[in-house]
Design a binder for this molecule. Structure first.
Ligand SMILES: Nc1ncnc2c1ncn2[C@@H]1O[C@H](COP(=O)(O)OP(=O)(O)OP(=O)(O)O)[C@@H](O)[C@H]1O
Ligand SMILES: [Mg+2]
Length: 274
């Protein structure tokens, strides 16, 4: 097989981007802030803040955004604030400056629970499943805000991740790392989110399992769900990204299309190992 195993999702797949979409939403590679993000589906806009009431600022005017059906990827060194930026977008941080908007609505003051109701799903970096519960119970927990019948959504999750159907009555803690990540993503999908925040969905899995997980994530994006994800596997993640953000010390260092960042000599040298 030659070329990108994921096809050319990154920049040219018009079926999953608005006409004139991603290209107009990002600045050229190598620059800091994304421009014209104000019409993106989800935006954490110029976020500044840290943990607790008096903790130091971790994020400094940090902007991350994703369009409908797009995959946006956040990369950067350990401790750069990637998880913090995700938590801020999900309402787990008190912002001292900046705002978060979803589909044009200012949701800066909403609790995480209320953001779930609005259509956000979040898979944290750690502790993202209930290990003593079965796979199916995990999915049921994911549907906690729903009052309608969620069996159809569960069937969709099992279609996406067939291994979960096989292991549905097994405690999730008995699953492999890659399978646990599928449980975590599946759980988040149970609320039928419009945007999915994934913090290192491929952490600790083999390259083959990583490829499979990325394929599933692309499948989810093709259904129109926006994906905002943090990834340690920067090169592979930028391959499938419509938009990429390099964060350094809580600030935007580089923003561009996935392919643009992969081609940027500065980004390659500093963050992609040459
Ligand atoms: N709950 C917390 N309370 C106080 N400080 C925190 C907390 N979580 C993270 N930090 C601090 O915020 C900074 C950014 O951490 P964060 O977890 O966002 O980085 P990251 O880019 O996700 O790193 P990694 O690649 O290791 O996951 C670090 O200096 C960290 O010590
Ligand atoms: Mg992190």
């Amino acid at each position: 097989m030659t070329g990108n195993p994921y096809g050319d999702h990154g920049n040219k797949d018009a079926s999953i981007t608005k006409p004139g979409g991603s290209a107009s939403l990002v600045s050229s590679p190598g620059t800091g802030h994304a421009e014209h993000t104000s019409d993106a589906f989800l935006i954490g806009d110029n976020m500044t803040g840290g943990y607790g009431k008096s903790g130091p600022d971790i994020l400094h005017d940090c902007t991350i955004a994703v369009n409908k059906g797009e995959i946006a990827v956040i990369v950067g060194p350990n401790g750069a604030g990637k998880s913090t930026a995700m938590k801020a977008t999900f309402g787990m941080l008190n912002l001292r400056k900046g705002s978060v908007r979803l589909d044009g609505e200012d949701i800066t003051d909403l609790s995480p629970q209320d953001r779930v109701v609005k259509g956000m799903g979040f898979v944290p970096q750690t502790h993202n499943i209930f290990t003593s519960m079965t796979v199916e119970e995990n999915l049921e927990m994911g549907a906690f805000i729903r009052t309608d019948d969620f069996k159809g959504t569960m069937a969709q999750v099992y279609d996406l991740f067939p291994i979960l159907k096989e292991k549905r009555n097994q405690p999730a803690g008995e699953l492999s790392g890659g399978q646990r990540q599928q449980v975590a993503v599946g759980r988040a999908l149970m609320t039928k989110p419009k945007v999915l925040l994934l913090d290192e969905p491929t952490a600790g899995v083999s390259p083959i399992v990583m490829d499979e997980l990325f394929d599933r994530i692309i499948e989810v994006a093709r259904t129109g769900i926006s994906i905002l994800m943090v990834e340690q596997n920067a090169r592979q993640a930028l391959e499938i990204a419509d938009k990429g953000y390099v964060l350094v010390q809580g600030a935007n260092a580089h923003t561009g299309t996935g392919k643009g960042l992969l081609a940027d000599p500065d980004v390659r040298k500093s963050f992609l190992g040459g």
